[in-house]
Design a protein around this ligand. Structure first.
Ligand code: 13P
Length: 341
């Protein structure tokens, strides 16, 4: 493990004003998203879509990294450049999702367990060869009747920690993603409890696997009301609960926390990140974004699989990046949304 390489990459990924685009939807997930806006999902449409995003002019100003799915790593843009090279040409670091998605947790089927540890070392060596410098693994925690269980929290935290150790062994920065889902009618307090439990357990396992905290990033959910909850916490409450939860669980040596958007609306995701960065000064870690839906929804809907819509879709994508770039320093305001296109 080269600690300096890991630290340099992790710090670059959370450099000021920039964040990460998660464009690593598995074929199943992207097909579901395409379906919702009437785009047929084929290898070629997925390639065209990702080319549209990655060839948007000026994105290197707001993006430090992009997380890819295996299929994309091997695809080329229309001008012949490999898609990872298109990112490098913007000064953006390519990363790769390495988990093999979730299955029902044995004997507790309402909960999920993330697979992918078998053969992980060999896959990482190959990805590193292909130019990836960081990776992602997502664990999913569901809030519901009697869940999460200790069995689920422990099993997923242990897998996350082993994944992170494998990555650092290959000089790849692990993005550790324990996601407590927004689905359900639970309160923000319940989300806080589950998030605190999952993060404590995850860092305990990371410690036991000797993971170097200064060479990793954490990708958590925000502490937020369940999607169907009667009372929806406001922006400042979400910001406060999230930062207080993280302060109690995340070691100061971790260089950055890059949130997932998790089903928030595009502007909510931006406003929440902005509030955290404007309300708190001197936190030990950078607070940034690693959004998929909150960055991709507008451009995907506009593009709709039509070459003629590329420019307008790219404008919408660039706009979301710019808004979240501003949220990195707490300088976003709702009025800035009017600048769109
Ligand atoms: P969302 O921002 O859409 O939650 O996706 C982030 C992610 O990478 C999930 O693994």
């Amino acid at each position: 493990m080269n600690v300096q390489t890991l630290r340099d990459t992790a710090r670059e990924l959370v450099s000021p004003g920039r964040g990460i685009l998660a464009a690593d939807e598995s074929t199943g997930t992207i097909s579901k998203r395409f379906d919702a806006v009437g785009i047929e999902s084929t290898e070629e449409t997925r390639r065209q879509y990702r080319e549209m995003l990655f060839t948007t002019e000026g994105i290197g100003e707001y993006l430090s990294g992009v997380i890819l799915y295996d299929e994309t790593l091997w695809q080329n843009a229309s001008d012949g450049r490999p898609l990872p090279q298109v990112l490098l040409d913007h000064g953006i670091i390519p990363g790769i999702k390495v988990d093999k998605s979730t299955v029902g947790l044995p004997l507790s089927p309402e909960e999920k367990f993330t697979q992918g540890l078998d053969g992980l070392g060999e896959r990482l060596a190959e990805y590193r060869e292909m130019g990836a410098r960081f990776t992602k693994w997502r664990a999913v925690i569901t809030i519901g009747d009697g869940i999460p269980t200790k069995g689920c929290v422990e099993a997923n935290a242990r897998a996350l920690a082993l994944y992170a150790a494998f990555c650092q062994d290959h000089d790849l920065v692990p993005i550790v993603e324990p996601e407590v889902l927004i689905d359900g009618d639970h309160s923000i307090e319940r989300c806080y409890e589950a998030t605190e439990w999952m993060l404590h357990t995850t860092f305990q396992h990371l410690y036991e696997q000797n993971v170097e905290f200064s060479g990793m990033l954490l990708k958590p959910n925000m502490v937020i009301s369940g999607k169907e909850a009667e009372r929806q916490a406001g922006v400042e409450e979400v910001a406060r609960s999230t930062v207080e939860c993280l302060r109690r669980t995340v070691p100061a040596a971790v260089p950055g926390i890059v949130f997932l958007s998790g089903g928030q609306t595009t502007t909510q995701a931006t406003a929440h990140l902005n509030a955290m960065n404007s309300m708190y000064e001197g936190l030990p870690w950078e607070l940034s974004f690693s959004y998929a839906r909150a960055l991709q929804e507008p451009p995907m809907e506009i593009w709709a699989g039509e070459a003629g819509n590329v420019e307008e879709a790219q404008r919408a994508f660039y706009h979301r990046l710019k808004m979240n770039g501003a949220a990195r320093s707490g300088s976003y305001s709702e009025e800035m949304e009017d600048e769109a296109a």
